[in-house]
Unconditional design. Structure first.
Ligand SMILES: Cc1cc2nc3c(=O)[nH]c(=O)nc-3n(C[C@H](O)[C@H](O)[C@H](O)COP(=O)(O)OP(=O)(O)OC[C@H]3O[C@@H](n4cnc5c(N)ncnc54)[C@H](O)[C@@H]3O)c2cc1C
Length: 485
């Protein structure tokens, strides 16, 4: 009897999770990854003793990861050390106001001090978000009939509202509204349009990071997969997916390696898979055209830098809000303008884990969402140095005096890099925009409509986006591939 073989294209978090699930279920699985390291957008670089993670700086919910290890008959704890990130986020405004998002009790106390009139509203907001989850309204519906059945709850809970408008229903203080709604930005979603189902008020307050950096978690996942007998081919991009009729039959890589497969999981950008790797397939061209019509999430401009000195007063994660909030989001998501005052995220992982920088030094990453290349088709090689200076101006003015003189090493990462490194459509840092109000209701397709053994996995293949979406999509895709869906 020939064994069932699966290929997963891409070793992002979604691809790794899918491959572990398949391999654990007895499907001989090979991952082909274009880059020389696994992790996809959760990549890393080491420069002059500094470790720079280029993806998420913290994990909001480790439960799906521990579940993955358990499924593979293993324990995550010896492989990955999680450190609490405290506070989970610090919110910082131009007038010097600061609000720490920590655990629920601490946040309630902080709200009681700063905006006592909103204490009751915050409690109601928490209850409201919990009710949405309890009624299953945070899950996409399988079909129109399921949505119809849930319609009374949708109406009762006003679940069609956006994240920001829901927060604003309960909380009056503008700063608090910003602090409780910005979380969707981390997965590329606009709080003004992302559906209320994404609401986890204050959840950014509870977070963990991985000792040694997020890259250690990725390495541990890759090792788990290989221990179960899976194979990873790094630095060998898929260049062609062969089909016969409505079936994928084989995959070929840049090195000339080729393998037959019974099923294929595409963790790479879905449009890249359909348009480039399946070139010649009319069905795939139709899927690519459908995907291209979807709204894409913005890109990211990130500046990674290692500096002299330690900064115990700057927490692991800070969001520096600008003068405008709603308007800056519209500029980026809607008008394709480079907003000078878009919220700036500042990560400082070495404050939690000093091993990420040489002794007496610190590792930082500042990033802002910027329009994708479809809305803002600029030459980023030309403008990156200008944006870099803008970012440093803000940091110097608000948090790190004389930052330029202290920088030892660093690099910036722009929308053009997302295209070059990940084949990302329009250089989006996140793929299709997660949870837009009109697209929330139905489950993303993890199986291609026309090519029966082609499956999609990753942040772009789940309405939630981000790591949570990528991990959930791996679960759904594996169920379908294993005949459990
Ligand atoms: C600065 C930044 C901060 C972020 N912070 C957060 C956060 O706090 N929380 C959160 O949830 N999310 C965050 N994200 C988003 C998160 O990193 C991504 O959503 C997630 O990592 C995507 O994983 P994925 O499995 O979908 O695919 P990807 O990571 O995109 O992986 C796809 C893989 O496919 C490979 N590939 C592409 N083409 C080919 C080919 N032809 N052949 C072989 N391989 C190929 C790529 O090299 C890549 O490794 C952040 C992203 C960025 C950029």
């Amino acid at each position: 009897m020939t064994e069932t073989k699966a290929v997963v294209i891409g070793a992002g978090i979604g691809g790794l999770a899918l491959a572990i699930r398949l391999q654990t279920a007895g499907i001989a699985t090979t991952i082909v990854e274009a880059r020389d390291q696994p992790g996809g957008r959760a990549a890393f670089r080491r420069l002059e003793g500094y470790t720079f993670d280029t993806g998420p700086a913290a994990i909001a919910d480790p439960a799906p990861l521990t579940a993955l290890w358990a499924l593979a008959g293993d324990d995550m704890a010896p492989a990955v050390t999680l450190l609490p990130v405290d506070p989970g986020y610090r919110c910082h405004w131009p007038d010097g106001a600061v609000l720490d998002l920590a655990d629920d009790e601490a946040l309630r106390a902080e709200i009681g001090r700063r905006a006592p009139g909103d204490a009751a509203g915050y409690r109601k907001l928490r209850d409201h978000a919990a009710a949405l989850r309890r009624e299953g309204l945070d899950q996409p519906f399988a079909d129109a009939a399921a949505l119809l059945r849930a319609a009374p709850w949708v109406v009762r809970h006003q679940a069609w509202r956006s994240v920001h408008s829901t927060v604003a229903r309960f909380v009056g203080d503008e700063k608090l509204r910003q602090a409780l709604s910005f979380g969707t930005l981390l997965a590329g979603g606009n709080p003004m349009t992302a559906n209320a189902a994404a609401l986890r008020p204050g959840s950014e307050g509870e977070a963990w990071c991985v000792a040694g950096g997020t890259n250690r978690l990725i390495a541990a996942l890759a090792a788990l997969f290989e221990r179960r007998g899976g194979t990873i081919r790094l630095g060998d991009a898929a260049v062609r997916i062969e089909t016969l009729g409505d079936r994928v039959t084989a995959v070929e890589t840049a090195s000339g390696w080729r393998t037959d497969c019974a099923m294929l999981g595409a963790n790479c950008d879905m449009i890249h898979a359909c348009r480039d790797l399946l070139a010649g397939s009319a069905a795939a061209a139709r899927t690519a055209a459908r995907l291209e019509r979807k709204r894409q999430a913005p890109s990211v401009f990130a500046l990674h830098f290692g500096i002299k000195g330690t900064w115990p007063g700057i927490p692991h994660r800070t969001i520096l809000f600008g003068e405008r909030y709603e308007e800056a989001l519209s500029d980026t998501f809607g008008h394709g303008l480079l907003a000078a005052d878009f919220p700036l995220f500042l990560d400082h992982p070495s404050v939690t884990d000093p091993s990420l920088a040489p002794p007496g030094c610190s590792t930082f990453r500042a990033f802002a969402l910027v329009p994708h290349l479809g809305k803002f088709p600029e030459d980023w090689r030309r403008i990156a140095p200008l944006i870099e200076q803008r970012v440093l101006d803000v940091l110097e003015r608000r948090l790190i005096p004389e930052v330029r003189e202290r920088i030892v090493t660093g690099f910036s990462y722009s929308p053009a890099d997302f295209v070059g490194d990940f084949n990302a459509y329009l250089g989006s840092a996140f793929g299709p925009e997660p949870l837009p109000a009109e697209g929330t209701w139905f489950a993303a397709r993890n199986r291609d409509a026309a090519i029966g053994n082609l499956y999609f996995v990753g942040a772009g293949a789940h309405p939630r986006g981000g790591w949570a979406g990528a991990l959930e999509s791996a679960h759904s895709a594996a169920d379908l591939m294993l005949g459990r869906g």
